[in-house]
Design a protein around this ligand. Sequence first.
Ligand code: PEP
Ligand code: MN
Length: 361
Amino acid sequence: MVTELNINPIKKWLPQINNPLLIAGPCSLESEEQVISTAKLLAADPRIFVFRGGVWKPRTRPGSFEGVGSIGLNWLRMVKEETGLRVGTEVANAQHTEEALKAGIDVLWVGARSTASPFVVQEIADVLKGTDTVVMVKNPVNPDVQLWIGALERINQAGIKNLVAIHRGFTPFSDTLYRNYPNWKTVIELKRLLPKLPIICDPSHIAGKRELLYTISQKAFDMGMDGLMIESHLDPSCALSDKEQQLKPADLKLLLDRLVIRHENANNPGFDNQLDLLRSRIDALDKELLEVLSSRLEIVKEIGKYKKENNVTALQINRWTELMDNRVKMGTDMNLNETFTKILFQLIHEDSVRMQTEIMD
Ligand code: PEP
Ligand code: MN
């Protein structure tokens, strides 16, 4: 169950924006000097609208740098005054939220670990009541779209309409290329359920390393994301947190220059006609696909009856192994992805066995 949220488009709180929303700044605020110089360099790029910086840092293990604390809020306020950039930081409890609101921080975000905890989100939402702050909600560490929506709903029910979701990837169960693997399926589901909600991508925490930032950022635009939040540090090798994934401001500019920004619709009637034509061919092929599956199912039923009459099991593992090997080979010969063909036939076969056992009952 999802109730459509009452959400403002980004333009409502950032009238000067010309898509996309770009947020940049260090993982952690470390010193006044670092904060002001980084912000000045970033502000020189008119594509960047919001300066980010962690004041209270959630760390996996105690003992590492846990942020400078409340003093960082003063530095953010100085950034705002000196550069005109909006400023944003993470809040993880009621006290952080109170302090950040009092300091006039424009954008607050709920971190991935906090989103996973409804108590924490509610506590933050209660403090936000009656304000018109911009709030961004990172995905929870586990790919649970309902938990993510639940956090957005709690904030929205507190009257916050300036909402944004952030895809920052999910905790991997085994070694992957990514620090937090991107799960576009979950993001697409969030977009389907809450079509008005702006969603941006945080490639830094997905990647965990600089080399992957470009590919993830471009993928985010290809998937129709509304912006990016990227970590940028004057000298990443000396950063007190997330060294490997931060970019120098000059390198961030180079990355932004390379990215192709895509739009949901082209401003070109010829494009729409051509797209409609191609889509009608897809529609016809999908119909054929379903007709073939339906004819297949009729034969599956006949086999089921025949097996029943002869007291033969619905599942015959040798046949299944042979069929799978053969179909995967056929599929790859026809340029289909091997995993895709495997999953497709697993589904088809599972349903055939289900149908045959139903006939036998
Ligand atoms: C961050 O943005 O610095 C951060 C700690 O992110 P996350 O909540 O995604 O881990
Ligand atoms: Mn970080």
